[in-house]
Ligand binder design. Sequence first.
Ligand code: SF4
Length: 498
Amino acid sequence: MRALLIYPRYPETFWSFRHALPFVGKKAAYPPLGLLTVASLLPKSWEKKLVDLNVRDLTPDDVSWADVVLISAMDVQESSARSLISSLKERGVKIVAGGPLFSSRWEEFPQVDHLVIGEGEGLVQRMARDLEEGRAEKIYRQERPVSLEESPVPDWSLVNLNDYSSLGVQFSRGCPYDCEFCDVTALFGRHVRTKRASQILAELDLIYDMGWRGGVFFVDDNLIGNRRAVKEELLPSLISWMEEKNYPFEFITQVSINVADDDELLSLLHRANFDELFIGIESPEEESLRSAGKTVNLNRDITRAVRKLQRRGFLVHGGFIVGFDTDTPSVFDRLIDFIDSAGIPVAMVGLLNAPRGTKLYARLKKEGRLLTEISGDNTDFSLNFLPVMDLETLISGYQRVVKTLYSPERFVRRTISCLKNLSPRFRKKTRLAWRDVRAFLLTTVSMGLSERWRRHYWKLLTWAAMKRPIFFPLSVKLLIYGYHLEKVFSSREAPVRT
Ligand code: SF4
């Protein structure tokens, strides 16, 4: 059997990093980790090929080669997934689809021959066996959470690692919290399941042996959800592995804000070379956090927590949401002030949306306020429900927040505030890599000479060179993020409403 695995294209979003990638000579930000894992679950006897549409186009030869096509997608890839499915069906290709988009909205895809709903481990093997025997069913549904100890090492041989700016691994699934707007617990549950540390090391060994050096993203929704497993199993093993290999990777991950409460955990993360943390801060308004069930963020000084994390060597990226029922028009200025005062250069501010399966979706449906499904991009000015705040006020306030935050002047001011407070990563870089030099030269041309960025670009780099030269490469990297964010939001206008 010949299986063609296809990953649909992302639109231009915060997460696509489309405007940042040319500076680092990469084609996509992250590889399709889920599909690479699915590839390893398929029978050894099958021939496999993977096309990531974020990296290259699909050719007629790819399609005619395949006996079956497997697609995995998130909501944000819906448009690309739909046109892909239509064109494959026109050619009479057998399609199997899975992943978050198809798991939550499977009934919207009648053209798909076989749907894998839920986690793939166990199901993919059964579906593949049935396909070989010509008796595959329409729906394969995972009835209970799987053990991640059954999850194989992803088949990295199917992609060119150098196409990506960062690679990925996953240690855990699930989150102990239950925020009303989040679909993580709907997809994976509140009991946090983990792999064994040895599985993660096997995954790292493979990409290390394939020559990868650089960023590795632990894609877990909340890496510290099972704190015992992280502190006692994962991190000690990771620290020894990194020491032995002389720190080939820099790790990035997502965690809840209470990471800042645990000094021992911070020390372990630091020694393992985690240097960027993405944290769902959501709102400066206690009432909004409380109504959204974001209990982990309540009753704490979040600015102080962020500043502490910076002092411990972690660059903090924040996720924020506006449009909670309790938000009033004052939230917009409060949010801008909060992000500025905490010194968070990369702030992902989105409009509240209700993914299917969340408690928010169920509540809004009951209240008759649900309008449609989410677009998957919470920065595209769309909402899938009727907000409490007047819609025009909400959209124009949101637009003002993103335009203000991502203006070059504001971005650079925030970055300097962050870098003044940041401690160097555990393993200090002693030599500049070619990729750093290349990024610097390219930004000089695009930003250092541009009308919009020139003054602010040189202000940050001059400050870094004089005051904190160790952060010069990081300053260039942050400028690239800033350039991407500013491009995404300056090219986007709120829809005109009548
Ligand atoms: S803490 Fe984060 S991952 Fe966990 S439920 Fe809340 S938003 Fe989702």
